[in-house]
Design a protein around this ligand. Structure first.
Ligand code: AMP
Ligand code: ZN
Length: 110
């Protein structure tokens, strides 16, 4: 866990955030400032700063994040209508929380 990292605290259950899904490696919760009817964040429990910090050894967690997003899309009933999966990378890419997370955004047709 990284000191002073909000998503480390959230993913370790220290902020009382409601999880839509949790397993040993990651958590999923609703974005506090949603940009669409469905806006979820898929967040690994292990601290990784951004996509720039990923290595070959992280391919497992990356695949798990995307496959979890797919499952969450089904659960939120946006799989058929469609959705966006988004990584913001570093400041210029719009990243404001420097702990890796995948946005799942959709539900406009609901
Ligand atoms: P990014 O710009 O990719 O770093 O996205 C960070 C996201 O985290 C933003 O969409 C914020 O709305 C969201 N966020 C920040 N704090 C919280 C929180 N306490 N609970 C849920 N989502 C949060
Ligand atoms: Zn962190």
């Amino acid at each position: 866990m990284e000191k002073d990292c909000l998503f480390c605290k959230i993913s370790h259950g220290q902020m009382g955030t409601d999880f839509i899904y949790e397993n040993d490696n990651l958590v999923v919760f609703r974005d506090i400032n949603p940009h669409a009817p469905v806006h979820l964040l898929i967040v690994p429990k292990r601290h990784i700063r951004s996509v720039n910090d990923l290595s070959e050894a992280d391919s497992g967690i990356l695949a798990e994040m995307i496959l979890t997003a797919r499952q969450m899309a089904i659960r939120e009933k946006v799989d058929a209508s469609g959705y966006k999966l988004l990584f913001n990378v570093e400041k210029g890419g719009g990243q404001v929380i420097f702990h890796l997370h995948l946005h799942l955004i959709g539900g406009w047709d609901k």
